[in-house]
Design a protein around this ligand. Structure first.
Ligand code: NDP
Length: 326
C-alpha cells in the first residue's frame, strides 16, 4: 500500500511517498481503508520538519482521515462502517491518514455524520472541526450576534475560512483579517462583511486599544493575538487556537483585568469525545455544504508533500483534501 513516510536518521529528516506492507501498520483494534485525508498546517510542520510535531519515527503523517472499517474488534464499530478521525496524536506519535490504510484505537473514531460524504468530512477536517470548537467557545462566553463584530484572523486559511462560514450562517457580522487582499471576494463569498489587512495587527501594539470586537477567533498567535485581546470590547472573548505568526504571546494582563476579556484556549487533538460529537453535530447544521465546496481543493497523495510545503508559506487557500487512492 502507498503511504507518506517520514524518517529521521542521523539528523537527516526525510518525507517520501513510498510502498509499505500492511504488517507495518501499528497495533490497534480497528483497521480503516482510508478514502481521504487532508493537509492542515500541522502536516506542513510534520512533513517539512519545520517544528518537532513528529515524535516517533518512521511516521506516516495525517492527523485526519475518513474511510471505511475493514477489520474491527471494537464494540462500537463493525466492518463497512464509515468513520472519521481527527487528532489523538495520530500523524504525530501513531501512523496517520496519508496512507491507503490506517490501524487505530476505535475509541478515537467518530461515525461519519450523515450530512457529509467522506470527502466533505475531510474538507472540514481538523481545521473545520477546530473552527466549530472556536465558535462554540465564543457562544459559551456569551458572544452573541447582537454584541457586535467578530474578527477572524488567518482568515484565508483552513480554520479561518470555515470559521467565517459558520459565524456568518449563525448571523454574526464577521470581519476577516488577511494578508491576501486578493482573496477579498473569496472571503466575502463565505460571509465576511469586510476585511482588514493583517499588518494592522501583526506588530507590537499598546496594552489596551480602542474597543472594537465583540469576539474573535485567532489562528495566528504572537503580536496578533496580543493586539486582538487589546481591542476586545468589555466582557468579550477570544477563542485562540493557532500559531501561524508565532507561539509567543507578548500581551499584558490589562484586557483581562480592566475589561473582563476572556481568552479561551481551544484544543482539538485531545478534545473529549462528547465534545467532538457535539462539534460534528453542530457542523452538520451550522455549515453550508456549498461553502464546503467553495473552500476545498483536492490533490492526489503524490502531491501531499509539495502541498505541505506550500501551506507553511501561506500559499494554500481554504482546505486541501488528499485522495489517498489517486
Ligand atoms: P492555514 O495555513 O490553512 O492557515 C493559516 C493562515 O494564517 C494563513 O492562511 C494566513 O492567512 C495566516 N498566516 C500565515 N502566516 C502568518 C503570519 N506570519 N502572520 C500572520 N498570519 C499568518 O492553517 P490552518 O488553518 O490549518 O491552521 C491555522 C493555525 O491553527 C495553525 O497554527 C495550526 O497549527 C492551528 N491549529 C490548531 C488546532 C488546535 O487544536 N489548537 C487545530 C487546527 C489548527 P491569510 O493569508 O488570510 O493572512
Amino acid at each position: 500500500m502507498k503511504a507518506i513516510v517520514i524518517t529521521k536518521d542521523d539528523d537527516i529528516y526525510k518525507s517520501e511517498l513510498t510502498d509499505i506492507s500492511e504488517d507495518q501498520l501499528p497495533e490497534g483494534n480497528v483497521t480503516v481503508k482510508v478514502d481521504y485525508s487532508t493537509i492542515n498546517y500541522k502536516e506542513g510542520l510534520a512533513i517539512t520538519g519545520a517544528s518537532p510535531v513528529v515524535r516517533k519515527f518512521p511516521m506516516t503523517p495525517g492527523i485526519d482521515l475518513s474511510g471505511t472499517v475493514e477489520e474491527s474488534s471494537h464494540s462500537e464499530y463493525k466492518v463497512g462502517d464509515k468513520v472519521v478521525l481527527n487528532g489523538w496524536g495520530v500523524g504525530e506519535v501513531h501512523p496517520g491518514g496519508l496512507a491507503e490504510k490506517a490501524r487505530l484505537n476505535g475509541d478515537w473514531l467518530v461515525p461519519l455524520p450523515d450530512a457529509f460524504s467522506p470527502k466533505q468530512a475531510m474538507a472540514i477536517g481538523t481545521a473545520g472541526y477546530t473552527a466549530m470548537l472556536c465558535v462554540m467557545a465564543l457562544q459559551q462566553q456569551g458572544v452573541t450576534p447582537d454584541k457586535g463584530e467578530v474578527l477572524v484572523t488567518g482568515s484565508a486559511g483552513g480554520v479561518g475560512s470555515v470559521a467565517i462560514a459558520i459565524l456568518a450562517k449563525l448571523g454574526y457580522t464577521v470581519v476577516a483579517s488577511t494578508g491576501r487582499a486578493s482573496e477579498e471576494a473569496y472571503l466575502k463569498s463565505l460571509g465576511a462583511s469586510s476585511i482588514i489587512d493583517r499588518n494592522e495587527l501583526s506588530e507590537k501594539g499598546r496594552p489596551l486599544g480602542k474597543e472594537r470586537w465583540a469576539g474573535a477567533i485567532d489562528t495566528v498567535g504572537s503580536h496578533t493575538l496580543a493586539n486582538v485581546c487589546a481591542q476586545i470590547k468589555y466582557g468579550g472573548a477570544v477563542a485562540a487556537c493557532g500559531l501561524a505568526q508565532g507561539m509567543d504571546f507578548p500581551s499584558t494582563v490589562m484586557p483581562f483585568i480592566l475589561r473582563g476579556v476572556v481568552l479561551h484556549g481551544v484544543d482539538s487533538v485531545y478534545c473529549p469525545k462528547e465534545k467532538r460529537l457535539e462539534a460534528w453535530k453542530r457542523l452538520a447544521t451550522d455549515l453550508d455544504t456549498t461553502h464546503i465546496d467553495l473552500i476545498t481543493t483536492e490533490v492526489p497523495l503524490s502531491e501531499a508533500i509539495p502541498t505541505a510545503e506550500k501551506i507553511l508559506k501561506g500559499e494554500v487557500r481554504g482546505r486541501v483534501v488528499v485522495d489517498v487512492n489517486a
